[in-house]
Ligand binder design. Structure first.
Ligand code: GDP
Length: 338
């Protein structure tokens, strides 16, 4: 791990570098928050605390879709539209495949080549972390760092093959699902849950011969969306077509997202959603800390294993086991205090 050899900056230098938009410092800060070293975690927490007042100003967009649907090509093309409107863009990717295999569905090829050369864009591919929950935490923190560094739009890209899209939905303002025409007739093959999470569905590769299929699919999906009840945002999900090859439809996607932003800010949903996301974030963080705290006691770990054995063979109910573990935890804490 190369970064281990590089001395860390101090919080003040990190903060100043990030706030002045220094990409190298931003990159080092993201590496810092991704680190599992305890000393790095302390530094990262201090840094996040300091930059917090400078976060929250970006429009946060989640993009998901099956491998090969054209996500990275879409972001390359769509990103240029965003930059063309004078907005600085950060792209963060979560690749769940890297968790288990350290391999990558997103591929080792240089993705978003043009965008990555543009000084208005900052692309950060996913590192492989050891837990999906961890990825979500770290991606969210990376997003906050990008916001503090002045990026006005943050795209979080994930492959729609696991739980990662649920995590992404919980950290963005707008969630885009990319699909291919004909990939699932009459919504077959799409996970219903993902469709219900989407604020918009984009039929990709709508060029050449594929245009007519894409347009037909658009009508089918739009009809299906109308059958779904409206969500709390009062936003009726939109279905659009796009081609990264010709650039067709990209401006419409951007206009739609701005319309969403305008409408939900006017209704107050945008702010409410962010506040709720923060609260959920806090609760999840607390549960994580609690879990880590429990694991500090070796005797509890052993007890937990025993309980798991009893729960597995149904000699103890899950609820009773949980209560026993909790009371053993309380005892352990008391033991430290006295
Ligand atoms: P990802 O795995 O979802 O990120 O998909 P990629 O962006 O890597 O694209 C998968 C393949 O589809 C590549 O060979 C692209 O060249 C191709 N592709 C992506 N977008 C388009 C498009 O708009 N039109 C056409 N015809 N091909 C595309």
């Amino acid at each position: 791990m190369k970064h281990l050899h590089k001395p860390r900056l101090d919080v003040k230098t990190f903060k100043e570098g990030i706030l002045s938009g220094d990409r190298s410092v931003l990159g080092q800060a993201i590496t810092l928050i991704e680190s599992n070293l305890n000393s790095d975690k302390v530094l990262a927490t201090g840094l996040l605390e300091k930059i917090l007042p400078h976060t929250g100003n970006a429009l946060r967009i989640g993009i998901t879709g099956a491998p090969g649907v054209g996500k990275s090509t879409f972001i390359e093309s769509f990103g240029k539209i965003i930059i063309g409107h004078g907005k600085k863009l950060a792209v963060l990717t979560i690749d769940p495949s890297s968790l288990a295999t350290k391999g990558s569905i997103l591929g080792d090829k240089t993705r978003m080549e043009e965008l990555s050369k543009n000084s208005m864009a900052y692309i950060r591919p996913s590192a492989s972390y050891n837990a999906l929950g961890g990825v979500a935490f770290k991606t969210r923190e990376a997003m906050l760092l990008c916001e503090a560094a002045g990026y006005e739009v943050v795209i979080i890209e994930t492959v729609g093959v696991g739980q990662s899209e649920v995590s992404v939905k919980g950290m963005v303002d707008f969630f885009l699902l990319l699909m291919l025409a004909g990939a699932g007739d009459d919504l077959q093959g799409i996970k219903k849950g993902i469709t219900e999470m989407a604020d918009a569905l984009i039929i990709t590769k709508a060029d050449g011969e594929n245009i007519k299929h894409a347009t037909a699919a658009q009508a089918t999906y739009q009809h299906a969306f109308h059958l779904l009840s409206k969500t709390e945002s009062e936003w009726q999900p939109v279905v659009l077509t796009s081609s990264a090859t010709t650039g067709a439809g990209m401006v419409d996607v951007w206009k739609m997202i701005l319309k969403y932003q305008h409408e939900t800010k006017s209704s107050g949903f945008f702010q409410r959603n962010r506040a709720l996301q923060n609260i959920i974030w806090f609760r999840e963080f607390f549960m994580q800390l609690l879990n880590a705290d429990i694991h500090k006691f070796q005797s509890l770990q052993k007890f937990q294993k025993e309980l798991e054995g009893s729960v597995a063979n149904q000699t103890v109910s899950a609820e009773t086991a949980a209560r026993e573990l909790l009371s053993a935890y309380h005892q352990s804490i008391k033991g430290i205090k006295s």
